[in-house]
Design a protein around this ligand. Structure first.
Ligand code: FAD
Length: 515
């Protein structure tokens, strides 16, 4: 424990707790300096580390579903029996603790002897395991797939190709703490360098895949030999849309997708006084917040009347705008940039702004070229079935490129969410081994602006009603986006428990739809 680590809270679990001490069947206490969550179900008592292995979210404030606990922050889920991270975004297991019961009291007596398992308890795959699995993409979906293949006990070859140069990184952090200067670079890799060799995953960080032959089961790599595969996962993510105005190719104009992009922005703001962010959606506004944390003056230019209105609706959009204005961001809405010349940006309205750096956040396009050229079915995304298999047998797609049949909405949808990409990577991994797992996770994403997190579960491209609970301006609210009376999605601020409950309600409804 360092001087600034808070002392452990809650009861000393080695001294025992009464069942009456549990609230909703759970309590967080400590064993020495470790925080431990005790959960009592109808049949068992479990004890597990109290913090999520993703961002250290407080599991005691989450929900218990069967024999699992879900984190309130980003909806990771852990098996209480084994500690295994059964739902992304957590990938690492938690430690389980030994429990004994005496005289109606529960005691936690120490860590379980066996380390939490690294392999998910999965049913036996059908047929022979493929000899070689190739993953194109070393981002959220690609990494989660490789990790899950090894967790499932797959022993044969895994090759993962990316072209960003870096190790797979925690991409959401690139517009948040890392850009704001409050997270060190060593927080970013999803796993350290030696993880790949230790797990026999051949990671090629600078491999540009330029073609794919469905017929010969090969991929073509720029400047390298073709690579054969038995199963292939396409997880190429999305590309920032470039600005197409005069001056958009100047060196002080940036987009943000990779670690290198982020580092270029950090270099670019050294000594900068004023930044122009083009686009008022998630990435643009997260960048605005991070640059304000570095005391850079930020102007945001965007065509819409209210930021984020299309996704979150007008009330939440107005709140987001006010929040950024409170932090000093200056909006130029219903306007666009028509030219950038050196340090001067000209707007359609006729105004001009002197700026040192420009960050363009005007959306992304899924990288579909490989799939299209190879003749896979593509329609605003790579079309996959419920098992994430594309129109070509043995080729799967996951993450930002995949359009899948969403059973809850009855529509085929494509989203750009970190958690969805990871969970799809995991499901695709199991299906490449023949496990036939449907992808039916309810989509979830979060966004962070200063100290305000917005959690969103479900998917509502359109709605006819927004039911508001609580008060948005007091940062204590939950909005239900409804279509014909049915909740399609829920967004919330500091109502994490209710957000989890909304996810569970959608899952329950989904089960009924399936029956
Ligand atoms: P990616 O993670 O982009 O990975 C794609 C991989 O494919 C990369 O390794 C790339 O190098 C590789 N690749 C592409 N083409 C080729 C090729 N031809 N050859 C070889 N390799 C190739 N989502 C949230 O839910 N919450 C957030 O807060 C959030 N914040 C974000 C912040 C930023 C700055 C960004 C950029 C995105 C954020 N997202 C967030 C979105 C989230 O990161 C994406 O949805 C997720 O990364 C998609 O995963 P993916 O695996 O499909 O693609």
């Amino acid at each position: 424990m360092t001087d600034d680590t808070p002392p452990p809270s809650g009861p000393d679990l080695t001294l025992g707790i009464g069942v009456a001490d549990l609230v909703d069947g759970k309590i967080v206490g400590h064993v020495g300096e470790d925080q431990v969550l005790v959960v009592k179900t109808d049949t068992d008592v479990f004890a597990i580390d109290a913090q999520c292995s993703h961002y250290h979210g407080p599991l005691g404030e989450g929900i218990v579903v069967g024999t699992s606990v879900r984190c309130p922050w980003h909806h990771a889920c852990f098996d209480l029996r084994s500690g295994e991270a059964v739902r992304a975004p957590a990938l690492s297991p938690l430690t389980c603790w030994k429990v004994s019961q005496r005289d109606g009291r529960i005691f936690v007596t120490g860590k379980q002897d066996k380390p939490a398992p690294q392999t998910m308890a999965v049913s036996k795959p059908s047929g022979e395991a493929p000899q070689k699995i190739v993953i194109v993409g070393a981002g959220a979906a690609g990494f989660a797939a490789a990790e899950m293949l090894r967790r499932c006990g797959y022993k044969n070859s895994i090759v993962m190709l990316g072209r960003e140069g870096s190790l797979p990184v925690d991409r959401p952090n690139l517009s948040k703490d890392y850009l704001a200067g409050s997270a060190p670079e060593d927080w970013l890799p999803l796993r350290p360098d030696d993880y790949y060799a230790d797990n026999d995953i051949e990671l090629r960080r600078d491999a540009e895949v330029i073609g794919l032959s469905v017929k010969t089961h090969e991929i073509m790599i720029a400047g390298d030999k073709n690579l054969k595969y038995d199963r292939l996962l396409l997880a190429t993510g999305a590309e920032p849309v470039r600005l197409s105005v005069p001056g958009a190719d100047q060196p002080n104009v940036h987009t943000l997708r990779s670690l290198a992009d982020c580092q270029a922005i950090i270099d670019g703001i050294k000594g900068a006084r004023r930044a122009l962010v083009i686009g008022a959606s998630f990435i643009g506004l997260e960048v605005a917040a991070s640059l304000r944390a570095r005391s850079v003056e930020v102007h945001v230019v965007a065509p819409e009347q209210t930021p984020m209105e299309r996704v979150l609706g007008p009330q939440m959009g107005a709140f987001v705008r006010a929040l950024h204005e409170e932090h000093g961001v200056i909006f130029h809405l219903q306007d666009t940039v028509t030219a950038i010349e050196g340090g001067r940006a000209t707007l359609k309205s006729g105004a001009s702004l002197d700026v040192d750096i420009v960050i363009v956040g005007i959306g992304v396009r899924p990288r579909l070229a490989l799939a299209e050229k190879a003749g896979l079915t593509v329609d605003r995304g790579v079309m996959v079935d419920s098992y994430l298999e594309t129109s070509a047998r043995g080729i799967y797609a996951a993450g930002d490129i995949a359009r899948w049949p969403d059973a809850y909405s009855g529509e085929s949808i494509r989203v750009e969410h970190w958690v969805v990409a990871e969970r799809q990577g995991q499901t695709a991994a199991k299906n490449m081994l023949g496990l036939r797992e449907r992808f039916d996770a309810v989509p979830f994403f979060w966004s962070q602006h200063y100290d305000v997190p917005i959690n969103y579960v479900g998917h509502a491209e359109q709605w006819d009603e927004i039911a508001l609970e609580g008060d948005i301006s007091s940062k204590d609210c939950l909005l239900r986006y409804k279509r014909k009376g049915r909740t399609m999605a829920v967004a919330s601020i500091f109502r994490d428990l209710e957000n989890l409950q909304a996810e569970l309600a959608m899952e329950t409804e989904l089960e009924k739809i399936r029956k």
